[in-house]
Design a protein around this ligand. Structure first.
Ligand SMILES: C[S@@+](CC[C@H](N)C(=O)[O-])C[C@H]1O[C@@H](n2cnc3c(N)ncnc32)[C@H](O)[C@@H]1O
Length: 674
């Protein structure tokens, strides 16, 4: 074993190489290996052989098949898989509770951010919510031409075009209007899907313009079998200016959509939480009355027995041949407070007839009477009809609860399906939410909060929004945590794009949307009633801000072969001069795949600055003049990983001894240098 300390790669993972490795594991014969001029091992897939492996008949030439295709699709895949020599630089001044928070805010292009997060959070994310540009013809989309391609990423790090543009207008006049949008989305979705845990789920907002394309694209990324549903969201009513168009026969647009895809069938093993909408009408199936003595009666009779209710039945002429039919109950409830009170007070007495549980098959009951039957930690109410059939009785209380409406109310509810009505009410207030104006498709907090609530898979997991806009997802996560006491984390990614309000008539207070988004998270945190929040919530309303930048490492780091003898003699520093030790620390965490949200402490040991990540997860020292005394002190702490600067050792002897010292004092520690 060499005593040379292994160097970290300091670039995001090469996903193409990882994919080739996966294929090699399954079909070793389909992957060929050769050595390049630099001596490095290169693997390539023999596609003809692979195709043949996957077919039980002779494969000849390309076949017609059902799939979504567009010009630029292959390039998008290459772009998605190419590694980038970039990093996330921490910005303490634009963070809240930097040292302790587990939430992240990344400013920059989401493709690059998603690539950088790959190693640290692969398979860790429970929910992705995205609200991408709808490609309406007015959108700007990120020009991925300027993201590094596989071959030239080392030379072209951090470049933008001559005018400094990274965003290009995608107008309908562009012949590749849909294709460019699809390419932009494809690359990002491919990587986002990798981040999801097996029981993870993705929600993607869209309108009718790209809904069909987005559905097909997601089918391809997740597999058609992982399509869960598409929610139709009622975001407006036919009112105001829309009425004129509607009167002229136009079908006006009142809905948007949310496509839902799960990562795998594991998502279905989670108990999802139904959402409830309130309904004013009475469900007339609830017509039975459970008398305390075990006999059964009818609700109609009981209503007449109550003096105040009976008076109202008489007054509004709702009696029929001396009795009261509960088919008239809606009419009665509309006018009689006494009747509403009576129903609310007797939710346990009023019941509907349902099928009995299978486990009750052998139970006997007297017709006209009810009895309780406890099984599997549940209590059923059983009765027998006059025809001898066993039934169970469901008390009305089971369908009375606080609804998930815009204004929640206690009352009769129905379980919401894939039509999410009434969100136009939220839209009416959305501009005020989070105390920040944002005109680029701000979504209601309730929408994202309820999606997270329904999924119910995120426990203390990560919720990612990589088209963060005004930061609604962060507010939704904090509010849901405050309500149910879970400790989900939010990771938001937002480009430093100028807000569209920035014009002379309505200038924005913010230079860019990322800034605006952070301000909204701060506002939202203040508006949450922390005092009356769930006791289980850790009350984390902070966030660590990072900005995407070129690698901290100078070109010489990536091209050691080009280093001259003279460079070696002067021990040329391979770190860019403007980079701080904190910058280096986070690039090392990314490279090593360590969680970026772990707590970090900084201390002085043997006169040098030492960073400790989550106790023993990683120890780093990027100072010059590291001597054996320091190395021994750090080894005695038995960290899982330790990293130094390659040029940071006091002398060559120390550098040579580092691995030996750790081998002797802390053999399980991984030792690396940058
Ligand atoms: C429709 S808005 C999202 C609105 C958000 N749901 C809300 O409630 O405020 C889409 C956002 O994605 C951002 N965006 C577009 N392309 C991006 C990219 N390549 N990387 C990061 N953000 C991007 C835009 O700047 C915009 O703020």
């Amino acid at each position: 074993m060499s005593d040379e300390i292994e160097k970290l790669k300091m670039h995001s993972p090469d996903l193409t190489a990882q994919n080739v490795d996966k294929i090699a594991a399954l079909f070793p014969g389909c992957v060929t290996e050769s050595r390049g001029p630099d001596g490095a091992l290169r693997r390539a897939v023999d596609f003809d052989l692979l195709r043949q492996e996957l077919s039980d008949s002779i494969v000849e030439g390309p076949q017609e098949r059902y799939h979504l295709d567009w010009p630029g699709k292959r390039q998008a895949l290459i772009t998605a898989n190419a590694p980038i020599a970039k990093t996330l630089r921490p910005v303490q001044a634009e963070s809240v509770d930097f040292d302790t928070t587990r939430n992240l805010f990344i400013e920059g292009d989401n493709l690059e951010a998603l690539k950088l997060l790959q190693s640290s959070f692969l398979g860790d994310v429970k929910v992705v919510y995205i609200d991408p540009p709808y490609n309406t013809g007015k959108d700007f989309i990120y020009n991925d031409k300027f993201s590094e391609s596989r071959s030239d990423y080392l030379e072209r790090t951090n470049q933008i075009d001559n005018d400094g543009n990274r965003l290009v207008a995608n107008t309908q006049a562009n012949g590749r209007f849909h294709s460019d949008w699809l390419s932009m989305m494809y690359a990002r979705l491919k990587i986002a899907a990798n981040l999801l845990d097996d029981d993870g789920v993705l929600f993607a907002s869209c309108d009718d313009w790209e809904a069909a394309n987005l559905k097909r694209l997601l089918d391809e990324v997740f597999g058609e079998s992982n399509y869960v549903d598409t929610i139709a969201l009622e975001i407006s009513t036919t009112s105001g200016p829309k009425t004129v168009n509607a009167q002229q026969g136009t079908i006006v647009k009142n809905v948007e959509f949310v496509h839902i895809f799960r990562k795998s069938p594991e998502f279905d093993k989670v108990q999802h939480l139904p959402l409830y909408d309130s309904v004013a009408s009475y469900d007339t199936h609830y017509s039975m009355w459970l008398h305390e003595d075990g006999s059964l009666g009818s609700l109609g009779e009981e209503l007449l027995k109550d003096e105040s209710v009976a008076k109202d039945i008489e007054r509004f002429d709702l009696k029929n041949r001396g009795s009261f039919s509960i088919n008239n109950l809606d009419k009665l409830l509309a006018v009689s407070e006494a009747a509403s009170d009576f129903i609310s007070k007797n939710l346990d007495r009023i019941a509907s007839i349902d099928r009995p549980p299978v486990s009750a098959q052998d139970q006997d009951c007297e017709p006209g009477r009810w009895k309780e039957f406890a099984v599997d930690h549940r209590t059923y109410i059983l009765t027998k009809l006059s025809n001898g059939k066993l039934k169970s009785l469901l008390p009305l209380r089971l369908n009375y609860r606080t609804s998930d409406d815009y204004r929640p109310k206690f009352g009769r509810t129905v379980i919401r399906g894939d039509i999410w009505k009434g969100f136009y009410q939220d839209m009416g207030n959305v501009a005020r939410e989070g105390g920040i104006a944002f005109s680029n498709g701000k979504k209601p907090v309730r929408l994202i909060q309820q999606l997270i609530k329904w999924a119910n898979n995120s426990r203390n997991g990560i919720v990612v929004d990589f088209f963060a806009g005004s930061g609604t997802t962060a507010e939704a996560v904090m509010k849901q945590n405050a309500e149910d006491g879970l400790n989900r984390k939010f990771f938001l990614i937002q480009l430093d794009e100028r807000p569209s309000e920035t014009n002379e008539s309505s200038p924005s207070d913010f230079e860019n949307i990322a800034q605006l988004s952070r301000e909204r998270i701060r506002n939202a945190a203040q508006m949450i009633d922390v005092e009356s929040s769930h006791v289980g919530w850790n009350k984390d309303v902070g966030f660590r801000t990072f900005k995407i930048d070129s690698s901290n490492m100078a070109d010489v780091y990536y091209t050691p072969d080009a280093t001259t003898q003279a460079d070696l003699l002067t021990r040329v520093d391979n770190i860019k001069p403007d980079r701080t030790p904190e910058d280096l620390l986070f690039q090392v965490l990314l490279d090593w795949g360590v969680d970026l949200t772990l707590p970090i402490t900084r201390e002085t040991v043997e006169g040098k600055t030492v960073f400790t990540v989550a106790g023993t997860a990683l120890i780093a020292c990027f100072d010059n003049g590291v001597d054996e005394a320091l190395v021994k002190t750090l080894a005695a702490r038995h960290p899982l990983r330790v990293v130094f600067k390659d040029t940071g050792f006091k002398d060559d002897a120390t550098k040579i001894n580092v691995k030996q010292i750790f081998k002797a004092l802390s053999p399980d520690t991984e030792v690396k240098a940058i």
